[in-house]
Design a binder for this molecule. Structure first.
Ligand code: SF4
Ligand code: SF4
Length: 457
């Protein structure tokens, strides 16, 4: 049985010493202090990192066990089977295990390659995964929605419909979740980009980015979607995203599967807003509903940890001695500042308080939606999101923000189902809903960014 998809990971798979450090967040700083005990969980030192291990318990559901499975599939001592599939599929591909591993093992890459190995071997997809594939085949989206209604949220708004098919150098990649379910996020993003004077197009012929299919091992199918999107978007100079998953997929997966970066710049909309705050182009206003509130931020795995890990892996590939230049690591870590620039500005303008979750940035605990898990295991998925909301309550937050429509959906649904007393907003949604953006005619960088904005001598 061929395991050709696992061959490129052979060194990584054999480097795993099954130490199980990847079971815990903050493996490197067990002395970390936190908010203490909340709902039976002690937020101090190290916490479990892996939602699938927490839920299912048995070693095969933790990453350390999955690395044994990878070795078995690679050397042929374990045959692809439905039983193996059933153990591999509850992984959310969140990558927290990768962050924790001091051995630099690309665990998500290996897990996705194992899933692809099962597909290659003819192991059938789980029922709901087969259904979303059928939907995407017929309708270009995994939700079973009408492909001709992808941009209805814009068509039905006189202020937004002008962007559809507009002549422009830039495009906004909506993504299926924002196009059909979280249209609040698609509308907010479009309105804010317009207010910033960005000339961009919305494309009716955009299709699913392929993320769910890359994750569940349907690589060839996902590559078909990738090809269609590249035909549509290659003419643009820059493509803007509001979905963490689409952003990661076009930036990292398309590069991996074509062997070269996409022929346009990719950027998440929140980075555009953060830059506008830093340059003084926009000022954040106050709103009475936010006054004195405490809010927090859930880092989506795809815009945060996955991008960070990829850049670190890139550094490692260029390292001659397996050591990393800590100054360069610090530089790439700055990507986690992007949402925090906006959140700190909102807090400052509103006399509100921005607090970090206990597990944040590259150590962030997943919302439970990704990796095909929300589609196939909705109960486990929402239970994981509820754990994340417990963590938000533990740090005293009243509002949870994020910047991904898929994270938003899961957090929102878990908030309802498990009766958390929280409000859930996308950052751009929050800016739009509370009308917080004020464009400045004469931009002056705020004092905290003024030094960096000065031209270098
Ligand atoms: S992946 Fe890394 S941290 Fe996890 S068991 Fe293997 S060597 Fe240890
Ligand atoms: S990627 Fe996330 S869910 Fe999957 S094994 Fe690693 S920590 Fe667990």
């Amino acid at each position: 049985m061929s395991a050709k998809r696992l061959e490129p990971f052979k060194q990584d798979i054999y480097r795993c010493i099954h130490c199980k450090a990847c079971k815990f967040s903050y493996s490197g700083s067990p002395e970390k202090s936190g908010p203490g005990e909340y709902k039976g969980v002690l937020y101090e030192g190290m916490l479990n990192s892996c939602p699938s291990g927490i839920e299912f318990g048995w070693e095969g559901y933790w990453n350390s066990g999955r690395m044994w499975i990878a070795r078995g599939l690679l050397d042929g001592t374990l045959k692809p089977s439905e039983a193996v599939r059933d153990v591999l599929m509850p992984c959310i591909t969140c990558g927290n295990c990768s962050t924790q591993c001091e051995n630099w093992i690309d665990t998500v890459g290996i897990i996705e390659a194992m899933r692809a190995t099962l597909v290659d071997a003819g192991i059938p997809l789980l029922d709901r995964h087969a259904l979303i594939k059928q939907f995407a085949t017929d309708l270009n989206n995994p939700y079973g929605r009408d492909k001709d209604k992808r941009t209805d949220w814009a068509k039905n708004d006189p202020d937004l419909k002008t962007q559809i098919g507009k002549e422009a150098d830039e495009a906004y990649f909506i993504g299926c979740t924002a196009a059909y379910n979280q249209t609040n996020i698609a509308s907010a993003t479009t309105r804010i980009l317009k207010s910033l004077g960005i000339n961009f197009a919305i494309r009716e012929d955009e299709v699913c980015c392929g993320s769910p299919f890359f994750r569940i091992g349907e690589v060839d199918f996902a590559k078909g979607l990738m090809k269609k999107n590249l035909e549509v978007f290659s003419k643009y100079k820059r493509v803007i995203f509001s979905c963490a998953g689409c952003y990661r997929t076009l930036t990292l997966d398309y590069k991996k599967h074509t062997g070269k970066p996409v022929p346009f710049e990719t950027i998440h909309a929140m980075e555009i807003v953060a830059n506008a705050i830093k340059s003084g182009k926009i000022k954040i206003k106050a709103h009475p509903d936010l006054k004195g509130k405490t809010f927090t931020y859930h880092d989506p795995c795809h815009t945060g940890r996955h991008m960070f890990l990829e850049e670190k892996q890139e550094l490692m590939r260029g390292s001659k001695n397996m050591f990393l230049d800590s100054r360069k690591v610090k530089q790439i870590h700055e990507l986690f500042d992007i949402p925090r620039v906006i959140l700190n500005a909102i807090a400052k303008a509103n006399g509100a308080k921005f607090v970090e979750l206990y597990r944040n940035m590259e150590e962030s605990f997943c919302c439970g939606a990704g990796g095909g898990v929300r589609a196939q295991y909705p109960d486990f998925s929402l239970k994981t999101s509820s754990l994340r909301l417990d963590e938000a309550e533990a740090v005293g937050a009243e509002i949870v923000t994020t910047e991904c429509p898929f994270c938003w959906r899961n957090l929102y649904d878990a908030n309802e189902k498990y009766q958390h007393p929280l409000k859930v907003y996308g950052i751009l949604e929050m800016l739009d809903k509370f009308n917080l953006v004020e464009i400045q005619a004469n931009p002056v960088p705020p004092p905290e960014y003024a030094e960096k904005a000065k031209p270098k001598k």
